[in-house]
Design a protein around this ligand. Structure first.
Ligand code: GLN
Length: 304
């Protein structure tokens, strides 16, 4: 087995010496407070050990990474029927773009752009008894720990400035693609995005997607075919208008968030999570993308 700890250390040292670190997201005011110098990497081997460097045990705002977990919960609850309300095509546009949604009659391109994730939030709201608590318990259970929480200041901060998400939700409502009230759906969505987790917790939580649907506790969470579909969507849509670039550079299914996190995985092999809050122009973590590229290039471990 390669010496993963020293591979991660080398990548960490080379990435942190990079002068250009990108920019921390400021459109959610609470996120602007994060120190850009944080950088963590955690590798979890399927059926094996974990390796970590830097701030891999520091909780951060997972933001859009939560969209994968929300999708998994929606599939668990209502199965394939969700695809009547959301498509499975890359958008080729930023995560908060609205134009396509109007042209395509309120059917979001995929569940990882904001409009698609808002429809998923609506599905969870309709099908969970106590949506915020039940979703939190779902994530805690997948991860195997109890100390994962929403950050209500971040959720509130986004509520005050989330004008585009309000626009998307209203547009969806006008096309009859939201069952619940706009306010209720967005309140859930902003909380979902505000979840705080560490790199290490994210690697453990995403374990089931690298392990044919079996989570860390060896419990079957989704079928193999459902897992295949979620991984396919991460590969084609996980990085918005940079999904092609991520597949080209890294060659793994993955999902980013504007908090600076990225989770990527190689089915039946590993889950690799990075956190560096400085973002590139497309809203994806600059150092995270660099680190993941170096990892798959150095180890030759990718799906291609
Ligand atoms: N909560 C953020 C938003 O809706 C999530 C975006 C992201 O992480 N790309 O804008």
């Amino acid at each position: 087995m390669p010496d993963f700890q020293s591979i991660l250390r080398t990548i960490y040292n080379s990435a942190t010496s990079q002068i250009e670190k990108g920019r921390v997201a400021t459109y959610i005011p609470e996120l602007a407070k994060i120190d850009i110098n944080n950088f963590g990497i955690c590798l979890k081997i399927v059926g094996g050990e974990s390796f970590g460097v830097g701030s891999f045990n520091t909780p951060f705002s997972i933001q859009s990474i939560s969209k994968v977990l929300a999708l998994a919960k929606a599939i668990e609850l209502v199965g394939e029927s969700i695809w009547k309300r959301i498509d499975v095509e890359p958008s080729g546009h930023p995560f908060n773009q609205l134009a396509l949604l109007e042209v395509e009659n309120g059917i979001p391109r995929n569940p990882f752009i904001n409009s698609g994730a808002i429809v998923i939030a609506d599905i969870l709201l309709s099908n969970l008894k106590d949506p915020k608590t039940d979703f939190l318990n779902f994530v805690r259970d997948l991860c195997g720990v109890d100390d994962i929480n929403y950050n209500t200041s971040v959720a509130l901060s986004e509520k005050h400035t989330g004008f585009k998400n309000y626009a998307a939700a209203n547009l969806l409502k006008s096309f009859n693609n939201l069952e619940n009230d706009v306010e209720d759906v967005l309140d859930f969505y902003f909380h979902q995005c505000s979840l705080e987790m560490t790199c290490s917790q994210l690697s453990n939580t995403f374990y089931f997607l690298a392990n044919d649907g079996y989570c860390l506790k060896n419990k079957l969470r989704l079928t193999r075919s459902q897992v295949k579909r979620i991984n396919a969507l991460m590969l084609t849509c996980g990085f918005y208008d940079e999904a092609g670039e991520f597949a080209f550079e890294v060659g793994l299914p993955g999902k980013s968030g504007v908090g600076g996190g990225i989770v990527a995985l190689l089915p039946n092999n590993f889950i690799l999570t990075t956190w560096a809050p400085g973002l590139n122009k497309k809203g994806n973590s600059l150092l995270g993308m660099t680190a993941l590229e170096q990892f798959t290039t150095n180890t030759k471990l990718s799906i291609f």
